[in-house]
Ligand binder design. Sequence first.
Ligand code: X8Z
Ligand code: ZN
Length: 605
Amino acid sequence: MKLFTTAKPIALAVTVSLMALGCSEQPTKPTATKQDAIDFVAEAEATLADLSVEVSRAEWIYQTYITEDTASLAADAGESFTATTVALAHKAAKFDDLELPDEVRRKLDKLKLALVLPSPLDKEKNAELAKIAADLGGMYGKGKYITNDGQVLSLPEMGQIMANSRDADELLELWQGWRQVSPPMRPLYQRQVELANQGAQGLGFADLGQMWRSNYDMPADDFSTELDRLWGQVKPLYDALHCHVRAELGEHYGTDLVPQDQPIPAHLLGNMWAQSWGNIYDLVGPENADPGFDLTKQLAHHQYDERDMVKAAEGFFTSLGFDPLPETFWHRSQFIQPRDRDVVCHASAWDLDNKDDIRIKMCIQRTGEEFAVIHHELGHNIYQRAYKEQPYLFQGSANDGFHEALGDTVALSVTPKYLKQMGLIEQVPDESADLGLLMKMALDKVAFIPFGLLVDQWRWQVFSGQITPEQYNQAWWQLREKYQGVKAPIARSEADFDPGAKYHVPGNTPYTRYFLAHILQFQLHRSLCQTAGDSGSIHRCSIFGSDDAGKVLAQGLELGASQPWQQTLEVMTGSKDMDATAILDYFAPLKVWLDEQNQGRQCGW
Ligand code: X8Z
Ligand code: ZN
């Protein structure tokens, strides 16, 4: 493994060539050359590649074994990685006015945007930020709730109860219980915002939100406009789904609990965050269109354990021509929640050495929902391996929405036809069940879209100061109501910090990527189905076993972040624009049905 003496030779290289310019009496600001920039980028990439391996290892150990010691090691590794990256990003500014080859310019831009939480150029503040980030992650990971009758529940256990219970009191208790995890995060979060904003400003951004929005190969403001456009395309479908779901919940729980002219109480939607609603299918699905199988039950019936579920998902990717996962994946991944220690259960996919040491970390539940999450995570690993030959600064997805979309795109092909091929169900349901299947999918995917949008609407406003710390919680609920039409089931106050009860806030993972992924996955699915030669309706198509679809996918994935995402999207779909018409096509039959059902109902909130 190469070891570079980091910043020093880089600075020297620049200075030497500047002196060679030999300005006489009037010492002018020395200028860097194109070759300096090329050398600088090469060294920066080598340095960061090495450091990133250390940081990943420390983070992996921390997240799979949370203790004070591992927290400290993770914070130390994060601290040095951030310090080095920030120093390099500042140095990159030297080349701002130089005309450079596109590849070098793109790498310099990527370097400036490499950190989610940039620290100021100050040793103490950098250490403080690294510690806060590690602590916040640990607070979430260690979170548990002791029920009124004394049971100690982990988050996955609470998730299972939220999915299956139809007892409003029990749901409320867990909803409220889990949210006790986050009030202690509030002062840390506030300080973290201050520090990371200073870091972003040091790099020339107005605030951290503007920095996050600048990573989409278009001006940050245009990106916001693009999000509004895409949401505008989907909103009528979401509104129709919301109207129907609220009406059915009103039938089940009574209209006192679910008033028909107000947002839906957040504890009744089958999910801790009311972000996807597939678990309440039994309450809202159409009559006479039942798909006739329940994947969770089928997995149990066929005695699939966690590893079998991962193997099956791997099989989908290999059917497209991707290599099997390496042996180390099976030894080093975490599939099952360890009982003897705290871990971060939230699913994630890792690439420890920027080459072949890919892994997932999950606390897999044996459910259909988790089967989809496994495909999602393997999608990350397959993507990581596909771009591993790219230079370090291009080892990433076209934009972060693509990374989140790949596994989901594949999972859209987990159709009944495919499940039958796999031997997981005995019979493909009749076409009359399509409406039921579409409803289940809409509850998972369409319901998610406004949530996918609002998390960063909140964060961006927090970063810009438009939302002050005194308004953190109320602003969160205003956005939840505005976008999702979902409300807190009990009064909340600024003693609460409900955004902190969602993994990605203490975990500092940008969230707009999931909004994009929910648009992109349908767009990719529609186009790959055409490539695979499936001319039937898009919701029945499966690309399983299609070499042609696999080749197109691989072609796009291998490009990594080496070119603007618009060009990669064109390689994969023939279009340069993100477009929500595919999701509308997919759900068109359901939309007709929803509109019929909603006739005479009062919609909106
Ligand atoms: O966090 C995730 C993945 C890991 S990248 C499991 N997702 C978001 C969430 O759970 O909130 C996938 C969908 C949205
Ligand atoms: Zn993901």
